[in-house]
Design a protein around this ligand. Sequence first.
Ligand code: SF4
Length: 490
Amino acid sequence: MKVIFFNPTVKPFFKPMTSPLGVLSLASYLNANGHDASIFDRYYRKENIAEFLDREKPDIIGISVITNRFMIDALDISKLAKKRSITVIWGGPMATQIPEVILENENIDYVSLGEGEITWLEIANAFDAGKPFDDIQSLAYMKNGEFVRTPERPFTDLTELPPLDWSLVDPTKYFQPYYGCRKMIYLYASKGCVGNCTFCYNAQYHHSKHRSRSYTQLVDEIEMLADKYGMDGINFADDLMFCNTSQIEEFCNLLIERNINVVWGGNLRVGIAKKPETYELMHKAGCRWILFGVETGSKHIQSVISKRIPFGMIEETFRMSSNAKIISIAPFMVGLPEETEEDLRETVALAKRLCSTFCVFNYFTPIPGTVVYDKLVAEGKYTPPKNLKGYSKMFFAEHLIFNSSEVPNRDLRAVFRFFQLRMLLFRDEFNVKGESNLFKKIFVNAMKSISSHGFINFIQSGFFGFFTFVDMFLFYLHPKLRKKYDLYFK
Ligand code: SF4
């Protein structure tokens, strides 16, 4: 079977944050099992899709829909493929969250639910044998106008998957200047997270399980990318890089033994690495940044989101990480259900205590299939978009599209803008204390953001445009709000 996996883009100037790890794994797995799979990444391949399909004549195309931002392009590609009677299958986290909505579109035949390697192999084998796909596990489709979802398949042992075949793409296209690297790339070391946060897709998608790749295979891949392409940094795209210290030690010792000189970072949960020596080992092995999802400074909100981590442990973790010269980054979320002004004040206070450099603030947006989402919909507090077009227009995390908290929108936006400005001001070597040179620093760091992630990404992340200016004015012309939440750069 000949299959082409498409990595859709956000038009027109989008620079992807991550490399197409999902389709890379699927294509590598199918090829290792005797099929003919390739990848068309819309970000850097500019060929006309209709002409490409006419020339290549794939039997099936797969489209990776990680977030809603890629839906418009995914729909365009699907339409062109369907015109040529090519079977169209969507997959990825966003596709898994709303298969019923996706399959209302006549140009999409199937949705591969969850992890796709084995599902795709069974699809390819069934296609070659001329058999229907109806009984393949973890698949959704329409039959006689009815939505069908086949039983979920067990998770794959990641150590049994073949290495990623990076010759299927051009790795240099995904290099980014980031955290002091010039050629940083996104890789993955594991899938899933042991956490159970009620707003996160993890419990539904990974069943709160964490699975690691073979570290020997991963380190081989790192060595190859460094030697052959000059890669000098890795940001792990994982929800959780490691779930215990023995994993940290195994990975770090392998990098040290093999003298691999790259820097790296990614997500870790507070409480996994509890000793200063672990952070020192990580630094020795090249770790330079870690994101610890703190989310809130309020005990009350911690119980709403099921993320009960003692604040003392959070502060101690940041101290250990900082002492080992690893940058700690703390993502926070505002606008959560039941959040009060007092909760928000506690969050701001914790963020200011923790972060000397990076504090990333996001607005809560309900993700389909999560506990919080189901509750809000059941209580009639949230009405999901009616169709794919509606979903494609949603902004997750960067725009305040829905406020389920008890805090006024105005206050949430002021806090969000304050930390956004703070990050632009203090994110790196332009770390000059105070508010002097404010606009120069904002300008320089904004340029850096654009060069890292592209102009469209910058605009979409809310740094620019009419509403930003309104928010900035709101923030600066509202001394009462600044006082209320202690929003001062100090
Ligand atoms: S710790 Fe992070 S990845 Fe894990 S469940 Fe919570 S929000 Fe999701």
